[in-house]
Design a protein around this ligand. Sequence first.
Ligand SMILES: C[S@@+](CC[C@H](N)C(=O)[O-])C[C@H]1O[C@@H](n2cnc3c(N)ncnc32)[C@H](O)[C@@H]1O
Length: 256
Amino acid sequence: MSENTFNFKGYDLPERLVNLTGGGPDSFDAISTAHIADLRRYLGIKSDSRLLEIGCGIGRDAIPLTEIITEGRYDGVDIIGDSIAWLSANLTPRHPNFNFHHYNVADQLHNPTGTEDMRSFKMPLEDNSVDGVFAWSVFTHMLSDYITYYLGEFQRVLKPGGRAFLTCFLYNDAVLAKARETNLTPFDLRFEHPWGEGCLINDPQHPLGAVAYNEERLKALVGASGLTLERIALGSWSGYWPYPEGGQDALIISKA
Ligand SMILES: C[S@@+](CC[C@H](N)C(=O)[O-])C[C@H]1O[C@@H](n2cnc3c(N)ncnc32)[C@H](O)[C@@H]1O
């Protein structure tokens, strides 16, 4: 039986995989456009940039990036095997400078049958080879040992002067109080459950459904990796910050 697809910039994306991105076909195009504007703003992407995306999903960013990264290279990593297989079969043949890698890591939400430990992987990228790393809605589902693993790999693969843009949920008491009052997202983000140092989860039944960190903890994780936290772009999800720069918060990190 053929499956339902959604046409996005000439690609017939399986809806089943689109629905694993945290939004469906209705919002796919608008979110993609906003992501590319942010990548230009925070990473300064150019036609010859070498980029690494963690949590590439079904190519919401990779597809429009094929029109921009014409001389450089893009590598995308995800734990959803079907999305990586689909992108490798449908996008890489048209754009051989776009490559996709599957990490078969167990994840209650995105890859329940995964068998491997993230920390056993070494990214298929050379040291000091990447201009920019980005991850949308990935650290928002991640506990600190995996964040530490990824930051270590970013430190290794980024070129000196390279940057990372990583969205997250950042909390303090005022943010939590406001988020519980406003409930602006469809995910009822209350973050009432401590889950280790400087970390709160939203739902103990699904610990990776949404994970938040305080600033001190995030600074410590970044500092331990040897990377530099340039700044935090504050998001609108809680309704607390008066001039938010995006929906989620984001870390802008650089390698000296
Ligand atoms: C909310 S979705 C966002 C997908 C994509 N960034 C987008 O905007 O369409 C989060 C993605 O992160 C992926 N992911 C979760 N844990 C991961 C991990 N440890 N390593 C790589 N990707 C991961 C999920 O499989 C999922 O595709």
